[in-house]
Write a protein that binds this ligand. Structure first.
Ligand SMILES: Nc1ncnc2c1ncn2[C@@H]1O[C@H](COP(=O)(O)OP(=O)(O)OP(=O)(O)O)[C@@H](O)[C@H]1O
Length: 695
């Protein structure tokens, strides 16, 4: 009989089992299932469309049974529909309000190979490729470009493809390296918190967070730690750009209505990866302090990597010798806090805080992955802390994790950090190594000592990000909003104005104007609202004081100064179609290095951008729109209608109803014939339109 090697047999069985995936099927239902089986899908409420999600398929074979969906609520639909790693769309067979019932039995597919044969080797192969990146690249200059014909946006060597997600402090974009076409994640973090909000870190802690994250990522190079490729930190920019390895599986999806989404085998596999990453970090003297499923990202080979080092602790002289007060700070996520962090008992000494807090959080994370809920739950933080410290751990009976599973969880979630299991012990625990063909090889291959120790010094943390000087910030704002001089502005002066002059160059009259112009611009932005408020308060008070306020806020005259076409301004002909642009939403915050010259004609287009936004983009109630989160890029003169159109569409969508203002814009743009990126109307057309010029 013909003897075939094991791997060939495995591939053959995968092909036979999944023949419909490979050969197609005439049955529509089957096709639907197959499509859904290949990728996780997300329902997009705005378009009522199913879209393929960035997340890679997980490990088939995790769910046997029926998944049904019958007239689920809207809020439920907005979340991903998940069934194991597969998603059923409510819109797939009929759109809004339809019901859909599907059942199937999963079969092991090609993605389960890693699971049974240990994905460690694949992860290592992938890791080798990443190592070709070498040292983290540090770039001190940022150049942003927008190709108006294709609508493509670029930051240095990367094209911005889409947005992956947003965190508390920044956002993450999917980027594509222009030369290699490799996908990367670009994390954009403000160097300082712009508008500190209640419950948000203040400016200095934000700076510290960014610095720590960069300093750690620069040094920590490990297959289970998200890899940093480049830091783009332009001193003239208020943001820092971290170019990271793209984790196309996204965050681990582990729960739906408090039910687990992962099989025990998947949870175990992910757990092993986190143990390796964490062991490496501890070896390097780093306590992560925020281990939880949301900070664990999946790569294409379903290898899990630790991310988000914003609250990590960096020991100066090895973890064992430290007993820093810094460690006592309760940073991280309460549900994953170790008992020693929740200590409220004044009669008993608080146990020493060490890297064991990460081991607890790892236990809590494993609990989440296995059972779809946190080990301790409460409605208030106080109650939660009390439970974490005093309540015995209850391990659910399903799914069945065996005695060794119970033992491991009990030891990970030991209330006393001195008896808590260590990571070295975890790696040899029977539950961890179950199913591993050669666990000794794994333990040897993942020994952190092999990678050598790196040190992250305080100096490195302190110098991880260049700060934007106050002066620079002022200048960048000034040039962004600077508008052509008027006689009135020439003679105006204010205390801030003169102090600014003293600080810099008294002879520079154009700079002397700047603060007035700047504040004028800001006033202009909020003018309509203030006018309304002022007249309201005048009405209420019946007095005259508020009238002065209104007069003070008189609308500045719009004067476009676009003698030259943007393309002709570019010195490099190759760049003729690629204009320099601000970042997606940093339009009102920063300009790139080359825009700093007051003589730059790009500056004028920025002035125009501002005016366009302040005029064209009011909320229907008259409030100026907050473009800090919305603007995709700076406008140039012939893009104005296009952006306005897009805004119209967006507003109109989100506000159905009859708003004449927006319908008027719509009519105007449609009559212009090309309500798309091809529109070639100029801003003057736009402002001559009776509706828009009436503002
Ligand atoms: N390298 C990456 N590859 C793919 N997705 C990523 C990557 N880094 C972050 N993400 C995703 O981008 C989103 C935002 O990430 P970010 O770290 O800014 O937010 P966060 O995890 O909520 O952090 P924070 O606690 O700082 O707010 C998250 O959904 C995260 O999963």
């Amino acid at each position: 009989m013909l003897c075939l090697p094991n791997y060939v047999l495995r591939y053959l069985s995968v092909i036979i089992i999944n023949r419909d995936l490979f050969m197609g099927s005439s049955n529509n239902d089957q096709k639907l299932n197959n499509t859904n089986l290949l990728r996780k899908h997300t329902w997009h409420p705005e378009t009522n469309e199913l879209k393929r999600e960035r997340r890679s398929p997980g490990l088939p074979g995790t769910l046997n049974g029926t998944v049904s969906d019958t007239n689920r609520s809207d809020s439920f639909r907005k979340r991903n529909y998940s069934a194991g790693d597969y998603v059923i769309s409510p819109g797939a067979n009929g759109g809004e309000g339809s019901s859909l019932t599907h059942s199937w039995t999963f079969q092991p597919g090609r993605h389960n190979q890693g699971l049974y044969s240990n994905n460690f080797r694949e992860a290592q192969r992938q890791w080798k490729r990443l190592q070709e990146w070498g040292e983290v690249k540090e770039t001190k200059k940022i150049k942003k470009r927008f190709d108006r014909f294709s609508g493509r946006k670029f930051i240095n060597d990367y094209e911005i493809v889409s947005e992956i997600g947003r965190g508390m402090h920044g956002k993450v974009k999917l980027g594509r390296e222009v030369n290699t076409k490799a996908l990367l994640a670009i994390k954009i973090i403000p160097k300082t918190e712009r508008r500190p909000k209640l419950g948000r870190a203040n400016s200095s802690s934000q700076k510290e967070k960014v610095r720590r994250e960069i300093a750690i990522l620069k040094k920590c190079i490990h297959p289970n730690v998200v890899r940093l490729r480049e830091v783009i930190d332009d001193p003239n920019s208020t943001k820092v750009y971290l170019v990271l390895e793209y984790m196309n599986g996204g965050e681990i999806q582990w729960t739906e209505n408090q039910s687990p989404l992962l099989s025990v085998e998947q949870a175990r596999q992910y757990f092993r990866d986190v143990v390796c990453g964490l062991e490496y970090l501890h070896y390097q003297g780093i306590i992560h302090r925020d281990i939880k499923p949301a900070n664990l990202l999946l790569s294409s080979s379903t290898c899990v990597k630790i991310s988000d080092f914003g609250v990590s602790y960096i020991a100066r002289s090895g973890l064992n010798e430290e007993n820093d007060v810094e460690l006592v700070k309760t940073v991280g996520t309460p549900a994953f806090f170790a008992p020693e962090l929740c200590w409220t008992d004044l009669d008993r000494p608080r146990p020493k805080i060490s890297e064991a807090i990460d081991v607890w959080a790892l236990g809590a994370t494993l609990f989440c992955l296995l059972f779809g809920r946190c080990p301790f739950q409460a409605s208030t933080e106080y109650e939660l802390f009390d439970k974490i410290v005093n309540e015995p751990l209850q391990i659910p009976s399903t799914p069945e994790i065996g005695e060794d599973g119970h033992d491991l969880l009990n030891r990970l979630l030991s209330k006393d950090p001195s008896t808590r299991i260590t990571l070295a012990e975890v790696k040899r625990h029977p539950w961890t190594i179950r199913d591993m063909p050669d666990y000794e090889e794994w333990i040897k291959g993942t020994n952190p000592e092999a990678s050598g120790r790196v040190e992250v010094s305080n100096d490195e943390v302190a110098s991880a990000v260049s700060l934007v000087g106050r002066l620079r910030k002022k200048l960048s704002k000034l040039f962004r909003f600077r508008r052509p001089k008027t006689q009135e502005q020439e003679v105006s002066s204010s205390p801030s104005d003169s102090s600014f002059r003293r600080e810099n160059d008294a002879s520079n009259s154009s700079l002397a104007l700047s603060i007035t112009q700047l504040s004028d611009s800001f006033n202009h932005m909020s003018m309509d609202k203030q006018q309304r408020d002022a007249s309201e308060s005048e009405e209420k008070s019946g007095g005259k004081g508020s009238v002065e306020e209104v007069q003070h806020l008189e609308k500045p005259k719009i004067d476009f100064n676009w003698d030259r076409s943007p393309a002709s301004e570019l010195s490099d002909p190759a760049e003729a179609n690629n204009e320099d642009v601000g970042d997606e939403d940093d339009y009102d915050e920063e300009s790139s290095s080359e825009d700093q010259s007051p003589n730059s004609s790009k500056m004028h287009s920025r002035v125009a951008d501002y005016d366009v936004y302040s005029q064209a983009s009011m909320e229907p109630n008259g409030d100026p729109m907050d473009y800090s989160q919305e603007v995709d890029f700076d406008l140039k003169k012939d893009q104005v209608p296009m952006v306005a159109w897009r805004d119209y569409e967006r507003l109109n969508k989100s506000r159905p109803g009859d708003d004449p203002e927006y319908h008027s814009i719509s009519g105007f743009l449609s009559s212009n014939g090309l309500p798309s990126s091809q529109t070639r109307a100029t801003p003057s057309y736009y402002f001559e339109h009776p509706m828009t010029s009436s503002h």
